[in-house]
Design a protein around this ligand. Structure first.
Ligand code: NAP
Length: 287
């Protein structure tokens, strides 16, 4: 079966990985980059170089763009809007939900199919179906182009609102930094007693699976607006975090991260919610 033609615009670290994955999967791949030299390794692997953005867009029904930011996307694509008409633009550039919605509106105004994507890995992870690529917008477009897009990573459909891939992406970055912060704090703590980071991390990664289970349970409580403390109460969490702070102080480990959690939990307890589950802490983040 012949593979769909694809175009990749933007051949930085991520764009080059995307183009390489299409080539590896046998898709005829046209590439364009502002600085043309970056196309050379891909051309050596069989990509077709386009001399202009217009030529790149005209080569394929499916056009993937991955550049620094949305301003760069618009500056590249606005002059070729007529050529894009009737094609599908997949924007894998990172940005805000508001920018994604504006881009979807711009595309709709020019008769361009639009999917906004969020890449949940770094370039070496492209082409591995264990990694997700989140897509939003363009009703039905992901289903039509799933066979081609699946070569980049597991395509996850977030629905018709084009802003959602960027919104999830932003939220998941926050989750990543919180997890990394907690893990590094704990690693500093255990390392002080001679535990190699490797040994502690093996246990930490297992515990993340258990936390995923808690999160799934708490998500139901958040959606229901009820936080029954039938597994562990905020009062218990406040007592537990004191052990962490104490262990950190005894080892000269910076305590600012757990102190922030303690401060937020104390506010909830002071408001009379000490008997509730940790899911009650959602209120600390709602304004
Ligand atoms: P990068 O290696 O710095 O490449 C940036 C790309 O954007 C290059 O192709 C560059 O072209 C192009 N570009 C920048 N400004 C431009 C402009 N004004 N006009 C035309 N082209 C312009 O960055 P990257 O790591 O590939 O990241 C690209 C996008 O993927 C970003 O939105 C990033 O947030 C997202 N992303 C990256 C990762 C990652 O791990 N790297 C993960 C998820 C998402 P030149 O070569 O001509 O400079």
């Amino acid at each position: 079966m012949s593979k769909q033609n694809v175009t990749v615009i933007g051949l930085g670290r991520m764009g080059a990985a995307l183009a390489a994955a299409f080539l590896d999967a046998g898709h005829p791949t046209t590439v364009f980059n502002r600085t043309p030299d970056k196309a050379e390794p891909l051309v050596a692997r069989g990509a077709r170089p386009a001399a202009t953005v217009a030529e790149a867009v005209a080569a394929s029904e499916l056009v993937v763009v991955c550049v620094l930011d949305y301003a760069a996307v618009r500056s590249l694509l606005a002059p070729v809007a007529d050529t894009l008409r009737g094609r599908v633009l997949v924007n894998l550039t990172s940005g805000s939900p508001e920018q994604a919605r504006a881009e979807a509106e711009w595309a709709a105004g020019h008769g361009i199919g639009y999917l906004d994507g969020g890449i949940m890995t770094t370039p070496p992870g492209i082409g591995d179906s264990a990694n997700m690529i989140l897509y939003a917008g363009g009703a039905g477009l992901l289903d039509t182009h799933r066979p081609a897009l699946a070569v980049l990573g597991d395509p996850v459909d977030l629905g018709a609102d084009a802003g959602l891939a960027s919104l999830y992406d932003a939220g998941l970055l926050g989750l990543m930094w919180s997890v990394f912060g907690g893990w590094l704090h704990a690693t500093a703590l255990t390392e002080a007693d001679g535990v190699p980071a490797r040994d502690f991390t093996a246990i930490a990664v297992r515990s993340l699976r258990t936390m995923g289970w808690f999160m799934t349970t708490y998500a139901e409580q958040i959606d229901a607006g009820e936080y029954p403390g039938d597994d562990a109460t905020l009062d218990v969490h406040v007592a537990s975090i004191a052990h962490l702070l104490h262990a950190g102080e005894a080892r000269g480990v910076d305590g600012r991260l757990p102190e922030l959690h303690l401060a937020l939990m104390r506010e909830a307890v002071a408001a009379g919610h000490g008997g509730d589950s940790y899911a009650r802490m959602i209120e600390a983040f709602r304004k």
